[in-house]
Design a protein around this ligand. Structure first.
Ligand SMILES: *[C@@H]1O[C@H](CO)[C@@H](O)[C@H](O)[C@H]1NC(C)=O
Ligand SMILES: *[C@@H]1O[C@H](CO)[C@@H](O)[C@H](O)[C@H]1NC(C)=O
Ligand SMILES: *[C@@H]1O[C@H](CO)[C@@H](O)[C@H](O)[C@H]1NC(C)=O
Ligand SMILES: *[C@@H]1O[C@H](CO)[C@@H](O)[C@H](O)[C@H]1NC(C)=O
Ligand SMILES: *[C@@H]1O[C@H](CO)[C@@H](O)[C@H](O)[C@H]1NC(C)=O
Ligand SMILES: *[C@@H]1O[C@H](CO)[C@@H](O)[C@H](O)[C@H]1NC(C)=O
Ligand SMILES: *[C@@H]1O[C@H](CO)[C@@H](O)[C@H](O)[C@H]1NC(C)=O
Length: 451
């Protein structure tokens, strides 16, 4: 028997089995010949293929979708079935809310699964409802999944509030204290060691921690996401990327309590276009070089975007004592609206008191700031380029930078420390502190880790 037939028989018997077992509503059907698109599928997926997609609806696997029943097992079974099938659509149908525990969707799959979220997915409500045996660092994890497209008009609701208010979170203890101890909170959606992913059109809100984290991934397209959490929710980064390459983030809107997009070590070839951030902490490369680690980040482009009512605009932050390089970074055509530090390099990043001065640092070079216009919150200077004492920033280029105070007329002077580069046009306010050309005592090549 040829393998596709075998697969057909297998999947068909599985669906039959579910159908007979408990009279579950079977929406999952098999189409071998050209036929009308099954309910809920996008016709365009199937137009030209001889076989149509199979829909694996979580309801057919016993999910209840009342927001109270634990639907973890049903979603797991639906994933396993979809993953083993060719042209599978895993459907989370609209008008239902599925409560699922922390789980790992493991690949590789037979072919690219379409994970269609039209309903709502949410975790148990807060740390007290989180099973002790489950990881508190992540909720939904995709591991070794290739070619998946996650999309739909649904909602991923992280129900983060009880996590944000844990007494170990900053100022959440009695009388505004911060209690010591481990304070892990789950990332809502983690993609790990996966490739050729599309995540599109979803609404994601109130993650206990980062909303999305991509690590060790490649070829990722993120499009039209809508991410929302309160501005005082701790660590709720919108999209975090690390050790990943070829990542595109387009047409998305993020408001949250931490970085809108954060880019960690080992990340190359990131293209961010048409993203609106705010309130948030802006778009951040870093923090890099923590505990004397090596960080390499290069070819990062952010264009045609808006950052509003945020603590930072475009920021590169490194700890003292790191190694490696951040290079070939372009920020072009960014509109700032009442942003506290619109342009920021901070090589003295320190979250604890009394970080000691160290001589090594992650080198920052070849950064272009072009057409960055708008207003800044006058509590901080609009440009803050604090480079390492021992490893100067090199080849910073500014062109068409015009930043005006959001309130009043008093202009805060830009700040620079050991920052070298060129002004292609005069900036507003003028950046007299940028040092021209290349640093006189350029470190020998072998002293600077070139990545
Ligand atoms: C189907 O084929 C037609 C003509 O070959 C092409 O124009 C169209 O883009 C194809 N659609 C898909 C979904 O591949
Ligand atoms: C990427 O995934 C899509 C399905 O989502 C598939 O059609 C395509 O062939 C994959 N590309 C690569 C390079 O794996
Ligand atoms: C909080 O502050 C109040 C009033 O100052 C004090 O009576 C109380 O002991 C403090 N609680 C703790 C846990 O520090
Ligand atoms: C930019 O993204 C927004 C939000 O997704 C979208 O409405 C708008 O059409 C996009 N603009 C362009 C030029 O694509
Ligand atoms: C830089 O990244 C873009 C994707 O954002 C990619 O198309 C381009 O090839 C990369 N450039 C180099 C030199 O790798
Ligand atoms: C670290 O270096 C900075 C800048 O040179 C200096 O202002 C500061 O006092 C130093 N701190 C310590 C702890 O040595
Ligand atoms: C300076 O950086 C720009 C990108 O901002 C790059 O195109 C140029 O080649 C760099 N110059 C040198 C001398 O490396």
């Amino acid at each position: 028997m040829e393998s596709s037939r075998l697969l057909f028989v297998l999947v068909f018997s599985i669906s039959l089995c579910f159908y007979e077992q408990a009279h579950f509503r079977v929406l999952g059907q098999i189409y071998l010949a050209p036929s009308p698109a099954p309910q809920g599928a996008m016709p365009s997926l199937n137009d030209n293929s001889s076989k149509s997609a199979t829909i694996f609806n979580v309801l057919s696997f016993g999910a209840v979708g009342d927001g109270i029943t634990d639907d973890t097992q049903a979603l797991k079974m639906a994933w396993d079935a979809a993953c083993q099938s060719e042209l599978a659509i895993l459907l989370v149908p609209k008008h239902f809310t599925f409560m699922v525990q922390s789980m790992i969707f493991t690949g590789p799959c037979e072919s690219g699964v379409v994970f269609m979220i039209d309903g709502t997915l949410m975790p148990p409500d807060g740390p007290n409802s989180w099973p002790k045996s489950n990881s508190r660092r992540q909720w939904l994890v995709f591991y070794r999944v290739n070619g998946m497209s996650m999309q739909g008009a649904g909602l991923i609701d992280g129900r983060g509030e009880k996590w944000w208010n844990l007494p170990c979170k900053p100022h959440k203890g009695a009388n505004g204290t911060t209690l010591p101890g481990p304070c892990d909170s789950p990332v809502a959606m983690r993609f790990f060691m996966s490739s050729n992913l599309t995540v599109k059109g979803l609404k994601v809100r109130n993650s206990p921690q980062f909303h999305f984290r991509f690590d060790n991934c490649r070829d990722v397209l993120i499009d039209s996401l809508y991410i929302k959490a309160p501005s005082l929710s701790p660590n709720t980064d919108g999209i975090h990327i690390e050790n990943s390459n070829n990542v595109k983030i387009y047409n998305s809107v993020v408001s949250n309590g931490d970085d809108c997009v954060s880019i960690g070590a080992g990340t190359f070839n990131v293209d961010i276009n048409n993203i609106t951030c705010g309130p948030s902490h802006g778009i951040s490369i870093g923090s890099l070089g923590i505990r004397n680690s090596r960080a390499c980040v290069s070819n990062i482009t952010v264009t045609d975007s808006v950052i509003k009512h945020s603590d930072n605009g475009v920021r590169i932050k490194t700890w003292q004592g790191g190694y490696g390089t951040v290079s070939r970074v372009t920020f072009n055509n960014i509109h700032m609206d009442t942003v506290r530090n619109p342009i920021m390099i901070d090589q003295y990043y320190c979250q604890t008191k009394g970080c000691i001065n160290q001589t090594s640092a992650v080198l920052i070079s070849d950064v272009l700031y072009a057409n960055i216009k708008g207003t800044y919150d006058v509590r901080s200077p609009p440009m803050h380029l604090a480079c390492s004492d021992t490893v100067p920033c090199t080849n910073l280029t500014l062109s068409g930078v015009e930043l005006l105070p959001a309130q009043g007329y008093s202009i805060a002077d830009p700040f620079c420390w050991n920052a070298y580069g060129d002004l292609k046009t005069l900036t507003i306010p003028p950046l007299f502190c940028l040092l021209e050309g290349i640093p006189p005592m350029h470190l020998p090549r072998n002293e600077v880790d070139q990545c």
